[in-house]
Write a protein that binds this ligand. Sequence first.
Ligand code: BTN
Length: 268
Amino acid sequence: MDYSKKDILENLNTKIVGKTLMFFDEIDSTNDYLKENIDILNEGSVVVSKSQIKGRGRRGNSWENAKDESIFLSILLKPSKMVNSSLRISLVSALAVYKALSFTNLPINIKWPNDIIINNKKVGGILTEVVSYKREDDFFDALIIGIGINVNNMNFSPTILKTATSLKLESSEKNDFDIAKIIALICKNVENSYYTYLSDGFKFFLEDYKNICANMNKDVKLIFSDREEVGKIIDINKDGSILFKRNDGLVKSVFACDVSVRTKDGYL
Ligand code: BTN
């Protein structure tokens, strides 16, 4: 389904996020665009592209392109406080995307840290990056929240066919979803959640996050760059990390890894 910058602006109901909106037919990566222009762009600047040819995912993965069918969106935030870690804001952003998609009534969950999933398949992902920028001879940290959502896709490349899905594929509705409307909803929800996070902290979101976290109390496999460990996620900590109980009984907090959930078809 085709959509334009005008369609997004007509739906947009925000104070800051998306007020500066850059819109492309094609781009390498919306995150990279913000990185390259970080010194001159204001907080809340948003980049949207209908097609993304060098999309990046978490942990060095690439992110599949699908012209006009998926959302490729990046939001620039310039908090005045020091950014110690991007983990909590990533979880808060995932929750904001979850809320933005709630109008679909689909059984959406979040897989820690920030995969948006439906029926154990990934419908969206978030790549949060901390990038330093210069203002008046001083350096500050900015956050780039890169959001990819499979909206009207009807198929995927063989490598992700088993693990990916789209809103349209999961819905009984056979009409396309309105991409411009969803982008505007994401901007609104990220704006609300970000300013609440700055004033009230991650604790405000923790219970909501736990309630929709699909891999809490499930048998999981944690995938690190050099090894894998099996066990259960028994809690989400106040700093956004997971409390993981390994099958041999060891309990520890983990900040970064990929998580596979055990299903009847094996770990997905
Ligand atoms: C993940 O691996 O789950 C995160 C995927 C994030 C993809 C989005 S699409 C828009 C933005 N630009 C990028 O290059 N990546 C993010």
